[in-house]
Design a protein around this ligand. Structure first.
Ligand SMILES: Nc1ncnc2c1ncn2[C@@H]1O[C@H](COP(=O)(O)OP(=O)(O)OP(=O)(O)O)[C@@H](O)[C@H]1O
Length: 257
């Protein structure tokens, strides 16, 4: 059985004056350790789908299973990286990184040590006692990654985690997150508006169409690209070829929006 299965997912938002079908009949599966990106025009339901995968939103139709259970029963195995780092400004980086462990009652000498070692691994050695305001945006996102990884989630939901960063920092962070998720064999679902990011980080790209939000096409990233870092992928011919193919599809979807 696949790690994630989504069968005929549908979601309607009910407002006093209308019903909005955000997702219709969406089915897919994701294997353990796979990195999958969701892309598509604005309003195609990417955020809605991520909320359903997180267990925070129940689909109005169909069902999702993560490791055989509905997402709301698997919240302990799901980690997040969002556009904003949501670090607590009044807590030090170390306190921020340990907060998930504390809330989950998993804060022990061993888990604390490995969380702090992880900070070193991702280049944040020496800032443990500093506050988020003293760090750059890229460093804060690294700290957010450390906080997420501290609780050892099996699945990471990444909602445009690099979109608020400057271009150079974003490329560096993409490489770092990719390396970490591969090294720790995590499963990841990334929502992004950046097609280059989607192709360079993923094993598969799921392209959605809008009105109603639905899965339009699935693109496999060629094997030859998957073993490379996202930065190196961007200079490959196979990357440019796939970029062009998906871009054309995206253009047609934007036109028929
Ligand atoms: N709480 C809500 N109430 C009513 N309609 C909503 C609500 N949330 C989202 N929608 C509508 O559902 C559709 C899908 O929204 P969603 O945010 O999931 O799309 P998206 O692909 O993430 O968009 P974007 O790329 O712009 O962030 C949109 O038409 C949106 O206006």
């Amino acid at each position: 059985m696949s790690f994630i299965t989504a069968e005929n997912i549908g979601h309607h938002y009910f407002t006093p004056s209308s019903v909005k079908t955000a997702l219709k009949d969406v089915s897919f599966s994701i294997e353990e350790g796979e990195f999958v990106s969701l892309i598509g025009p604005s309003g195609c339901g990417k955020t809605t789908l991520l909320s359903i995968l997180s267990g925070l939103l129940m689909p109005t139709d169909g069902q999702v299973k993560i490791d055989g259970q509905p997402p709301d029963l698997q919240k302990n195995m799901i980690g997040y990286m969002l556009q904003q780092d949501y670090l607590f400004p009044w807590k030090t980086i170390e306190e921020n990184v340990l907060i998930g462990l504390k809330l989950n009652r998993q804060l022990e000498e061993k888990t604390k040590e490995s969380a702090l070692q992880f900070l070193q691994k991702i280049g944040l050695e020496g800032v443990e006692k500093q506050f988020p305001r003293q760090l750059s945006g890229g460093m804060r996102q690294r700290a957010a990654l450390a906080r997420t990884m501290a609780v050892n989630p099996k699945l990471l939901l990444l909602d445009e985690p690099f979109s608020a960063l400057d271009y150079q920092t974003k490329l560096k962070l993409e490489d770092l997150v990719f390396d970490i998720l591969k090294a720790y064999k995590k499963t990841a679902v990334l929502v992004t508006h950046d097609l280059g990011e989607a192709i360079s980080m993923s094993d598969r790209v799921l392209l959605f169409a809008a009105n109603p939000g639905r899965l339009h096409k699935v693109f496999e990233v060629p094997d030859e690209l998957r073993s490379l870092s996202p930065f190196d992928v961007r200079s490959q011919d196979a990357y440019s070829d796939l970029f062009r193919i998906i871009w054309k599809e995206l253009e047609t979807l934007e036109e028929i929006k």
